[in-house]
Design a protein around this ligand. Sequence first.
Ligand code: ADP
Ligand code: MG
Length: 604
Amino acid sequence: MADIIQLLPDHVANQIAAGEVVQRPASVVKELLENAIDAEATNIKLIIKDAGKALIQVIDNGKGMSTTDARLSFERHATSKIKKAEDLFNLHTKGFRGEALASIAAIAHVVLKTKQENQTLGTSIKIEGSTVVSQETVSTPIGTSIAVKNLFYNIPARRNFLKSNTIETRHIVNEFQRVALAHPNISFQFYHNESEIYNLNAGNLRQRIVAIFGKKTNEKLVPINESTDVVEIIGFVTKPEFAKKKRDEQFFFVNDRFIKNSYLNHAVSSAFDGLMPSGVYPTYFLYLNVPTNSIDINIHPTKTEIKFDDEKTLYAILRSTIKHSLGQYNVAPVLDFDRDASMDTPYNFKEKSAPKPTITVDRNFNPFKTEQQNSINFPYKREKTADWESLYTGIDTRDIEVESESIHSSLFTEEKQHNKTYQIHNKYIVSTIKSGIVYINQQLAHQRILYEEFLENITVKEAMSQQLLFPLELSFNKTDITSIKEIKEDLESIGFLFDKILEDSVVISGIPVTIIESQISIIIEQLLEDINNDIPDTSFSQLDIMAKSLAKSLAIKTGTKLDTKEQEDIVNKLFLCKEPSASPFGKKTFITVNIDEIDKKFNN
Ligand code: ADP
Ligand code: MG
């Protein structure tokens, strides 16, 4: 048989490599920023258009490239940063693989302009899909400018796979923040669609953190400073009372490189043990300096994970350093969790008796038909719900999808009179059905109910809004403000009213009727986190993510005691849902045990 193996042409090999290096616009941003830092720039400008889909440009004042180097930089495995394998264990640069520019040039339109200090004229190279279109001598400032246009123009599948501009921008902002935090001595400017997102002066670490996360951050920071043979740790953690529901402000840098490490993260969290309620997380900016030969950066292509020689020792040092600093700053005694309403779980029957509202009977309640009916906040504001009787009688006339109707009717038709509900372990609602027993997971069921109500509110009808007596000012960092601006309309469609959106705060004058005031900041934080999070398995619309997020935040939790009415309310509304059997996150909301199965157990 003839030989069939061939070497792939370079441009194909480059495209394949690009698949690893460039997942999204943010990956390009990271590579270009890191190249600028490796080139010893003291000022770096990042310019993006349409979330990086149209343009990503990085302009630096670093050392530039000679004409030959400029051309070579686009070759695969072309790097000035390592020469031999041993260099891998003594890295002082961000890059070392020599594949970023080759990969980027394989899947975009790239224009490079660069000039070194001693040159009068610089070089400009235009490359499209690995092909050099032109190379000429140009006048250009010292340093390098690389413009990457139309990313993935020749791989439609990848381009279509990109998320919404909001999400892609968040990824870019995250990368930018990581680089900017790692290098406070470099000044950065960041523009998106011509508007300035960040303008960061060179300064110290504290100034950089405050410039990125807002003025109010300053008072929250507790400095960390420790030097041992194994590691030098500097940076800040925030005081426990400023712990956040989001984990997005947790930064580890090792030798100025942003990394993720759940083991070290655990070390930090455990230093806060007993100082914070569960469900919130400390914010931290921690810089570890370790000998270059004690780490292996080489294990992950996108390089946010690294391997340490002696992680256990690092863990112990990190934990005790932070504990010590927290103690030193004497933060523990000022804590008073009982008073910190913002940390309450939204529904907590154990600690407080829910205000009993006046009861109105609404036998025809139907979340999909009734205009102003509101069932979301029922522990605080609960109407007397449709009882079991009305559920059976109403079912035929209601506009419910066949699926739910059949589940409903198959479950409940016969034993109308006997449908008592019980709650077990403050977790499941149990009831009898004609075929046996149904166990409903209260938290997941309530998530489903709220999810459908929110979706309905968002997509079909105008949501009700309650005017706040005093407008509420909440502070956010700049990134969150950008996101809030982008989802403002959606937030308004579910009942939020914004008075003003300022540089690092928003003034809210109205909220959905379903939410109580003290929950707002937690809900919005969670919402921003969820929108920011990439949910890879589905093509969610933003509205869907919002509905899910709100449902998750507001659903009654496992561990909450429910009275009979509340139990019935959940059961009723669950089976009026379009898809009662699964939570918005795809988990089972209820299970049934057939009488046959019970019989079998007795006959064993
Ligand atoms: P790596 O950074 O891993 O070496 P890249 O493909 O990112 O690989 O870059 C290839 C080479 O191009 C670098 O080693 C460097 O010599 C040169 N280079 C890239 N960007 C810049 C820049 N902004 N300024 C100066 N030189 C650069
Ligand atoms: Mg590089």
